[in-house]
Design a protein around this ligand. Structure first.
Ligand code: ADP
Length: 398
């Protein structure tokens, strides 16, 4: 069964065509700069054929139509006709409190998603445009919405509420939602599989560390708590996002620097985190290079990041009532042996011993704690597209 996975952003569309009999990727691609000068599509097929198509993509409809042409291209594509695609899985960032699992898309659901746009004004509107357009150009097949927030709907109320007047939860639905749920679900499930255990019998902490980073406590196979909150700004300091700060800093800075709401949002989301601290880069490769050359602020940014991860691991161990497995994923978690080593050294108090040799790897599934450690540490590369395709297959074949 061939499934197309679509992740539609405001100016980009990521896509993967998956063969779900063997769970293989037939091709993957990215349309960039939609509606902006210099738009293009880059695609790579399983056979290693690379296509770069520089073409005007004025809107998502043209972009998706062009993507379908690329997928069926005789030389660079993977299939001869779009009718071979049997279902489409759509990544949707925010499912609010309405969705604790993936759902088949119909007209009514689109209305609900539009209503939810208030909660994710940057992300949900392009997701909805993608869904509407795909249904138009690929009619008559099931389309499924897979939500970033769904996995976290199991978080108990005492953990998802904030200490603000209750009326704002009722009026605006202000609460912790959590994000990266598809990744946390995939990675915790895969970690259990690798260890030959059922996910229900393990207490797992998943550290998804990328440009956006979040940590999730998984107990009995469900999310018990997570670091991101009402928005993906909360929790760890990230590439350019603050993570948790004293909320009074926001009004203090607005007043002192005479900042508008837009300027404040920009400061908190785009100029902060490890970029703001180091003044160098949001990219951890740059920071590690600079720190190795003695740059103190780069070193400070890396230490703050590692310290914050360790603090959350401590907090979530308490939330879970113990800890069996720590898993690293995301661009940093999968690739940075240095960051993993910093974090695991901070867990030495638990008796966890890092296997330096095993840790010296990139982008691979590997156990990086020494045998006999009371807590197992491992790396599991995330695969959100596979998870989306699996959930789509289940709903499409029901
Ligand atoms: P996103 O959240 O946008 O999906 P990714 O999960 O791709 O981001 O992660 C991007 C981050 O991964 C960047 O900060 C990048 O520096 C970091 N990264 C990638 N490779 C390495 C590496 N070898 N060492 C350290 N950091 C890395």
């Amino acid at each position: 069964m061939l499934i197309l996975v679509v992740n539609c952003g405001s100016s980009s569309i990521k896509y993967k065509l998956m063969d779900m009999e063997q769970e293989t990727v037939l091709l993957s691609g990215l349309a960039e700069r939609i509606g902006i000068a210099g738009s293009r599509i880059k695609q790579e097929s399983q056979a290693g054929k690379e296509l770069v198509l520089e073409q005007d993509l004025p809107n998502h409809k043209v972009a998706l139509e062009t993507i379908l042409k690329c997928i069926t291209d005789q030389t660079y594509g993977a299939i001869s006709d779009i009718s071979m695609i049997k279902a489409v899985g759509h990544r949707v960032v925010h499912g609010g409190e309405e969705f604790n699992k993936s759902v088949l898309i119909n007209d009514e659901l689109i209305k609900v998603l539009e209503e939810l746009s208030d909660l994710a004004p940057l992300h949900n509107p392009p997701n909805v445009v993608g869904i509407k357009t795909c249904r138009e150009i690929l009619p008559g097949i099931p389309h499924v919405a897979v939500f970033d927030t769904a996995f976290h709907q199991s978080i108990p109320k005492h953990a998802f509420m904030y200490g603000i007047p209750y009326q704002y939860y009722e009026k605006y639905k202000i609460r912790k939602y959590g994000f990266h749920g598809t990744s946390h679900k995939y990675v915790s499930g895969r970690a259990a599989e690798i260890l030959g255990k059922s996910v229900e019998e393990l207490k797992i902490i998943v550290c998804h560390l990328g440009n956006g980073s979040s940590i999730t406590a998984v107990g009995n196979g469900v999310s018990v708590d997570t670091t991101m909150g009402f928005t993906p700004l909360a929790g760890l300091p990230m590439g350019t996002r603050t993570g948790d700060i004293d909320p009074a800093i926001v009004t203090f800075l607005m007043e002192k620097e005479n900042l508008s709401i837009d300027e404040t949002n920009n400061l908190l989301n785009k100029q902060s985190g490890v970029l703001g601290i180091s003044g160098i880069s949001s990219d951890f490769r740059d920071l590690e290079d600079a720190a190795n050359q003695g740059n103190e602020r780069a070193e400070l940014a890396l230490s703050m990041f590692a310290y914050s991860i360790n603090k959350w691991i401590g907090a979530f161990t308490a939330a879970l009532g113990g800890l069996d497995v720590v898993v690293f994923t995301g661009g940093i978690g999968e690739n940075s042996k240095d960051m993993r080593a910093r974090v695991l050294k901070g867990l030495a108090y638990t008796g966890l011993e890092i296997d330096e040799e095993k840790n010296n790897s990139r982008g691979k599934e590997v156990i990086i704690s020494k045998p006999g450690s009371p807590i197992t540490a491992m790396v599991v590369p995330t695969n959100e597209e596979l998870m989306i395709a699996r959930e789509t297959k289940v709903l499409a074949t029901r």
